[in-house]
Design a protein. Structure first.
Lengths: 436, 276
């Protein structure tokens, strides 16, 4: 019996050693299926050549699944991933909980070159917890040919009223062209993200200083009523099911005259390989109503190291490589300057080759620089974040509130009812979490 | 109209209706295959394109970007492994319940089936932590075991119904001839219920093959199945319908081809015991 036990113990120890040996220098990266991420996977061989002994395994997941997986893994210290792709919402929250390794790089990395808004949004108490791989804000993308035909102009900083007039002028339902396309699909990263920026500009906010929800304010009512009227009058049918990809398809098919969404979309709608209107697109800053604050969002897909990993040093090396200026130059040398990851470094926007290749570069940089997560509402608030409130409870609240907005858009309930329900749902979550 | 003409008309109507239902059911698969050969721009085209110049770029891209063979092998191992493990447990258990029932048999079966009513996410954390504790995250063994357990209630229920149709006298006769319990199961029950067992096994394989929740949650780079591969092609920012259709086609193909080959057994199994 003892010999069997000894043999089993020996086998277990041996297996553990073998397993550890196999794991040495092997990094597992969890990421989403975005064009820039896929390009990084293709170019990883350059990193592996420069760092012999380190191999990189990729786990590509759908965005919602990625969030669920990395949250489960990091909260249980599962150790399945050595590097995680996370967003600006998670970085400060997880950093404050000690779930992420603080990121410190050498002088060559030039951390000061990272756009201040991005660096601030991915830090907690001045410590960087995730390095931005690509970043984005939101802006107006519109059909210049249709606007010209309607005899209108698009100022660089339009108001919502002007956007509504332009949408009315460009709508041609008989020919299947709709004046404006906006997110309607429920979700904290879908319609709630867009509507938060819209509400910010109407003077609304998510929470009062004492953390009580502020969704029952007149400003929210004005913003959501404006949105519902705008989409019902000039938007495409089925807007309640539309988010980024659905609207991208409509714009590329020439069905949308105007779209307010992530700046990253600019590279898709101006790409003749996938857009029928690539040469007809122009850009302007996100519209405002009563304030510029929070009118356009700020987001970054960033790389972070979970604190449970045993490969922290190798992981740091990889992140340093993937988010460096040299990586951007590598992408440019392989795919051209039009294909580089944007929204992260000042030097990218100073590069004449990039400025020549990306007609949207100036508008994108202006949008990113104008977004300030720590000052995104007309009145002071206790939270940071532009299109979200950076508290753990926001995901649940954002989903519940987003569903109410979709119901209002569908006409199932009135805007007032939607906001009453949203206020009640947010109040319930905040009480449960012990904020008051 | 004569009775014969009425009969013929009724027959034709039923056949036409069956064809319409069949085509409607097949249409999503047809559209998925068709979209797999389109470009991303053609995939979102309105009105939808039925005729176009087919492109194999999406399939080439999948080969270039992913290790399809590894994912397919993982699907095969976990589906067949999970089914084999479940059958090893279910066949003797269903035999015992069918041939030596007690007053609790029905309750036990109902209890087993009730475990299928629990949403998988309800046990996510305990199973995740167990796998983590035993070093089974991203392992095929964990998937084999979980697949076996989640399909066991259905397999038990189906096999119990098949076995119940076998006359008990045959078993009594084999016992008179000196057969052991093991021999009764392997040499009498299993050959008699061969069609039913094959059909049940195939159903289990299909269920395992298409299982998404656990295969996505518990695997990362080593044990990912074809379902996990399909899920990885969904993109939050960027068009992906054509590529997703191509990878879905490649994920469906092996199990559809397998189903085609075992069709005979399947039909036999489904009709087993239909006429007493």
């Amino acid at each position: 019996m003892r010999s069997i036990r000894n043999t089993m113990t020996g086998l277990a120890v041996g297996a553990t050693c073998l397993c550890s040996a196999a794991m040495a220098g092997e990094l597992t990266v969890a990421t989403v299926n975005n064009g820039h991420m896929i390009e990084m996977q293709k170019l990883t061989s350059h990193f592996e050549k420069a760092n012999p002994g380190i191999t990189v395994n990729w786990v590509t997941l759908e965005e919602g699944v990625l969030r669920q997986r990395v949250t489960t893994d990091i909260s249980t210290k599962g150790g399945q991933f050595d590097i995680m792709t996370i967003g600006m919402y998670e970085a400060p929250i997880w950093g404050s909980r000690g779930w992420l390794e603080a990121l410190e790089f050498g002088a060559d990395y030039d951390v000061d070159d990272i756009l201040p808004a991005m660096r601030g949004g991915l830090s907690h108490d001045g410590t960087l917890y995730a390095a931005p791989f690509y970043g984005e804000s939101s802006m107006i993308m519109y059909r210049k040919d249709l606007l010209d035909a309607a005899g209108m102009m698009m100022p660089d900083n339009p108001t919502w009223g002007h956007v509504a007039d332009a949408a009315a002028a460009m709508t041609d339902k008989d020919n299947g062209v709709y004046g404006i396309c906006l997110r309607g699909k429920p979700g904290w990263g879908d319609n709630a993200a867009f509507l938060t920026t819209m509400a910010n500009s109407f003077g609304a906010k998510w929470f009062h200083q004492d953390w009580k929800p502020a969704l029952d304010s007149p400003a929210w009512n004005h913003a959501i009523s404006f949105y519902v009227d705008l989409l019902n009058n000039y938007g495409p049918p089925g807007s309640t099911g539309n988010s980024f990809n659905e609207i991208l398809a409509l714009v590329n098919e020439g069905k949308c005259a105007m779209w307010i969404d992530a700046t990253i979309a600019a590279s898709f709608v101006t790409n003749p390989e996938q857009s029928k209107v690539a040469d007809k697109m122009a850009f302007a800053q996100a519209p405002v109503a009563v304030t510029h604050r929070g009118a356009n969002w700020l987001w970054a897909w960033a790389l972070a190291i979970p604190s449970g990993t045993k490969q922290a040093d190798d992981a740091r090396k990889f992140i340093e490589w993937a988010t460096s200026k040299e990586y951007i130059e590598l992408v440019a040398s392989v795919n051209g300057w039009g294909a580089v990851p944007t929204g992260t470094r000042t030097s990218t926007y100073e590069n004449p080759n990039f400025l020549g290749a990306a007609i949207f570069a100036e508008a994108e940089l202006k949008a990113i620089l104008s977004a300030d997560p720590s000052n995104s509402t007309q009145d002071p608030t206790p939270y940071t974040g532009v299109q979200f409130a950076a508290i753990p409870e926001f995901q649940a609240i954002g989903i519940a509130v987003g569903q109410q907005f979709t119901a209002a858009l569908a006409g199932d309930i009135s805007v007032t009812e939607a906001l009453e329900n949203a206020q009640a749902a947010a109040d319930r979550e905040m009480r449960k979490a012990g904020y008051y | 109209m004569t009775d014969r003409q009425k009969q013929r008309l009724l027959h034709r109507s039923i056949v036409t209706l069956a064809w319409i239902i069949g085509l409607l059911m097949f249409f999503p698969i047809f559209w998925m295959i068709l979209t797999a050969f389109k470009t991303e721009q053609q995939a979102i085209s309105t009105p939808p394109l039925l005729f176009f110049e087919p492109s194999f770029d999406n399939f080439l891209l999948i080969q270039e970007r992913t290790d399809y063979t590894k994912h397919a092998l993982n699907s095969i191992i976990t589906s067949f492994g999970g089914t084999a493990l479940a059958m090893i447990i279910a066949i003797p258990a269903a035999c015992a319940m069918a041939f030596k029932p007690s007053h609790l048999t029905r309750d036990v079966l109902l209890w087993m089936l009730s475990t299928k009513m629990l949403p998988a996410v309800g046990v996510l954390m305990p199973i995740y932590l167990i796998c983590q504790k035993f070093g089974l995250l991203d392992s095929r063994f964990a998937l084999v075991f979980i697949y076996a357990m989640i399909n066991l209630p259905i397999i038990m229920m189906i096999l119990f119904n098949y076995f119940r149709d076998i006359p008990k006298e045959i078993l009594e006769a084999s016992r008179m001839d000196g057969a052991s319990t093991f021999a009764e199961i392997t040499q009498v029950v299993m050959p008699l219920a061969r069609g039913g067992i094959a059909a049940t096994a195939f159903l289990s394989i299909v269920l395992c093959w298409n299982e998404a929740f656990w295969s996505i949650v518990l695997t990362s780079s080593d044990a990912g199945t074809l379902v996990a591969l399909v899920a990885s092609f969904s993109s939050p920012e960027g068009l992906f319908w054509a590529k997703l259709s191509a990878v879905s086609t490649l994920a469906c193909a092996p199990i559809m081809i397998f189903g085609w080959f075992v069709q005979k057994q399947l039909v036999q199994g489904m009709t087993f015991g239909a006429v007493k």
